[in-house]
Write a new protein. Structure first.
Length: 233
């Protein structure tokens, strides 16, 4: 069956499953029992957990670990000894246990939903099972930063949304709070990312960060919201 409704990126799929969870009541009108809807809701919660929650926790750890190692390898002589990143606790599992096979079950229940006499494109749009076009506008797209932190000295890590694969990455900018000029900190195609921050000394400093989306090596859209982080020295 045509699965063009289903996002290709992890973030996009997490959003898709969250939308299913938010609109689970729609399935009742398509002939699904309360029990069946409950099983799909459990899959949806696990979809968000597996595509976003668990990845954010440990992708960030990997990036922070590599950034910690890079300070030893690449920082100037005299740089303060970095503190190893903390290993996060395993994120709590969703309350309802499930068996493996979320994606195979998704294909099956979506096909059943679309075969229902009550199904129509507006219902599909609400449930997220209709291909609606990308709706992506390069001129107005706003970059999105999340989970910014400073897990080790001279380092900021974080994530950005890839707009369902419509952007190639971001340019990250930062500045110490109270200064005017933004400093280019790097181009990042993979999320989560890790960037070195040019602190004035070994003391922690309050910094501001923003991102610009990049497509085909050109900045597009409008800057992200400004995010404040205390960067460790």
């Amino acid at each position: 069956m045509n699965q063009s409704y289903y996002p290709k990126t992890n973030d996009g799929r997490a959003d898709w499953w969250q939308n299913v969870a938010d609109n689970i009541g729609v399935l009742t009108g398509l002939g699904f029992s309360v029990t069946e809807s409950g099983l799909i809701l459990a899959d949806a919660k696990w979809g968000v957990y597996l595509y976003r929650t668990i990845r954010e926790a440990f992708d960030n750890l990997q990036k922070a670990t590599l950034a910690w190692a890079d300070v030893y390898l690449d920082a100037a002589v005299g740089t303060s000894v970095p503190t190893p990143p903390n290993v996060p606790s395993w994120p709590a599992l969703p309350a309802d246990g499930i068996a493996p096979g979320i994606e195979e079950r998704r294909v099956q229940w979506v096909a059943r939903a679309k075969a229902s006499p009550s199904y129509n494109p507006p219902i599909g749009a609400q449930l997220g099972t209709e291909a609606t076009g990308d709706g992506f506008d390069e001129a107005t797209y706003k970059a999105i930063l999340s989970n910014l932190a400073s897990p080790s000295a001279y380092t900021v890590t974080g994530k950005f949304r890839k707009a369902g694969g419509q952007i190639d990455g971001i340019n990250l900018y930062g500045r110490k709070e109270g200064t005017m000029a933004w400093i280019f900190l790097g181009r990042f195609n993979a999320t989560p990312f890790s960037a070195l921050v040019p602190l004035a000394g070994a003391a922690p400093e309050p910094w501001e960060f923003l991102a610009r989306a990049v497509k085909r090596d050109v900045e597009i859209g409008v800057p992200s919201d400004v995010v404040q982080v205390i960067v460790r020295g």
